[in-house]
Design a protein around this ligand. Structure first.
Ligand SMILES: Cc1ncc(COP(=O)(O)O)c(C=O)c1O
Length: 193
């Protein structure tokens, strides 16, 4: 249901990039918490095999339980809220504590479509740390004048790593799932401003 509601994002992105660039993008990127903004962008491109699709999870402060919320990176299959999906869980199947600099990403589960897309290897899932995310938040704000939500800044953090490895003519779409105005006070505090 969420995928359907959000899929307008991907349908419009697909149409607009073809108008602007005359072709489909080479790479799509979106942050993954519960997974809705990412599915919104990804769905329209899933059948386009030449489009690489990357979901970026919150690596937080480290790989230990309670330090991150990177469900598809570190989780195992389980059941939460009645859905079978990858989960950060203990040996009794109870959700583990999670952490992310972005409040919208600190969730121990993920929408099951992402689990499927990981298993069939259609989407690659990577992660960005709190520190990388904060740096990306700052860089996009300073260079483009766009303040991304801390959630979205995870996707920006990965494109900052990825772009220098790509040829200059490659087209990358990064989903900015929200504005960072809501995060400004917290970011200022973290940066000691
Ligand atoms: C701006 C923003 N982006 C992303 C997310 C993460 O959710 P999802 O992965 O379902 O898009 C949230 C969650 O609150 C959010 O507020």
């Amino acid at each position: 249901m969420v995928q359907d509601f959000q899929s307008i994002v991907g349908r419009e992105a697909r149409e607009q990039i073809q108008q602007l660039a005359g072709r489909l993008p080479d790479v799509l990127l979106a942050c993954v918490g519960g997974g809705s903004n990412a599915m919104g962008l990804f769905t329209a491109f899933l059948d386009d095999k030449d489009v690489a699709i990357i979901g970026v999870e919150p690596a937080g402060n480290g790989p230990n339980p309670g330090e991150h919320a990177a469900t598809l990176t570190y989780g195992t299959p389980g059941v939460l809220h009645g859905m079978k999906t990858y989960l950060l869980q203990d040996d009794k199947g109870e959700p583990l504590p999670v952490h992310s600099i972005a409040s919208g990403l600190d969730y121990p589960g993920v929408g099951p479509s992402h689990s499927f897309l990981k298993d069939i290897k259609r989407v690659k899932y990577v992660s960005a740390t709190d520190a990388e995310t904060l740096a990306a938040f700052r860089e996009l704000s300073e260079v483009e004048g766009i303040i991304p939500a801390l959630e979205s800044a995870h996707a920006v953090a990965h494109v900052i790593k990825l772009a220098p490895t790509l040829a200059a003519d490659k087209i990358v779409i990064v989903n900015l799932s929200g504005r960072g105005d809501k995060d400004i006070d917290y970011v200022a505090e973290l940066m000691g401003l």
